[in-house]
Design a protein around this ligand. Structure first.
Ligand SMILES: Cc1cc2nc3c(=O)[nH]c(=O)nc-3n(C[C@H](O)[C@H](O)[C@H](O)COP(=O)(O)O)c2cc1C
Length: 305
């Protein structure tokens, strides 16, 4: 019988399995470690980190929708110094990779946070150019091919660790942006960030979110994410990390068949803190049951001729 190996490789770094957390949905794992074993995860992708602390947007900034949620949190975080002092030492106690998610308002802010993080012992960086909830920075870089390439080049110059670029679904042609960041030095791409969306309270006759629009995540966005991962995996040679609506192992396996080398579990943690561990175990059972020895074999197994 073939040995089942869940390990995957991103820019020469081996992850024990392909399951990560999605940035912003798991903190740095502190709130979750009493519900699950962080050693079970391929990587913990931390919340977005900026040079200085950010307060985020005013409430209401969360709303439920069928099959998911809207958020306009706006990358609230306590800044890179606090991350280095508190979060990295906490996560280093576990046998999992640490991925820091970088945010900024400008090229120079992204560059500065990348420079600081490069001096630490985190394993990888994820460049968030796709947050829809900040006025400057965020998606203004991720929805413009030229700007996406430019910011990847700037961060690549100061980042000697594997660099993942997180793409926005709020574009006409996501493959074009993926190709641009690959040519500018990205080691991997992750997708999707949240989908721009809105809810209206019919009795108050006002938008539900204070910011009016926010980003939608959860099971309802999964078919959009699968389509985009499928397209991007065929457009670039670097690994693709797929996320958007993963709730069960079966959801994650769909992403692997679409061509994702790894997957992220996000909003599902809010109603099932063990979701990512269940996904790891379910992928292993599927591989054993279907006779797959590696994640790459699943990546190559889709019949779509
Ligand atoms: C409350 C919340 C906060 C988020 N914060 C970040 C963030 O800081 N950086 C980032 O790149 N993505 C952030 N995201 C997007 C998620 O990482 C993920 O790409 C998206 O939610 C889709 O996955 P899901 O449907 O499994 O949640 C956030 C999502 C939510 C719901």
């Amino acid at each position: 019988m073939k040995r089942t190996d869940l390990a995957i490789n991103i820019a020469g770094h081996e992850l024990a399995n392909p399951v990560m957390t999605c940035s912003g949905t798991f903190g740095s794992g502190k709130e979750y470690c009493s519900f699950m074993d962080l050693n079970m995860l391929g990587a913990v992708v931390c919340k977005g980190i900026s040079v200085l602390p950010w307060n985020g947007n005013p409430p209401p900034r969360i709303a439920e929708v069928y099959g998911g949620m809207l958020n306009s949190v706006g990358l609230q975080n306590s800044g890179v110094d606090s991350f280095i002092a508190n979060d990295i030492p906490f996560l280093r106690k576990f046998n999992t990779k640490i991925v820091a998610n970088l945010v900024g308002h400008s090229l120079s802010e992204y560059e500065a946070v990348a420079q600081r993080l490069n001096e630490t012992d985190i394993d990888m960086m994820e460049l968030n150019i796709s947050c829809p909830n900040v006025r400057e920075g965020g998606a203004t870089f991720g929805t413009d091919t030229r700007k996406a390439a430019e910011i990847t080049t700037v961060v690549r110059r100061v980042c000697t660790k594997p660099l993942i670029v997180k793409l926005s679904p709020n574009v006409t042609n996501i493959s074009e942006i993926a190709i641009a960041v690959e040519s500018s030095g990205a080691d991997a791409v992750s997708l999707i960030n949240t989908v721009l969306a809105m809810r209206i309270d019919i009795y108050r006759r006002r938008p539900v979110l204070a910011q009016k629009v926010g980003g939608m995540s959860g099971p309802a966005v999964k078919p959009i994410a699968i389509r985009m991962v499928y397209q991007v995996a065929r457009a670039v040679k670097i690994p693709v990390i797929g996320m958007g609506g993963i709730r069960t192992p079966e959801d994650a396996i769909e992403f692997l068949l679409a061509g994702a080398s790894a997957v992220g579990v996000g909003s599902s943690h809010f109603f099932n803190p063990q979701a990512s561990v269940e996904v790891v175990n379910g992928i292993r059972s599927y591989m054993e049951g279907q006779g797959f020895a590696s994640i790459r074999e699943i990546n190559e197994a889709l019949i779509d001729e």
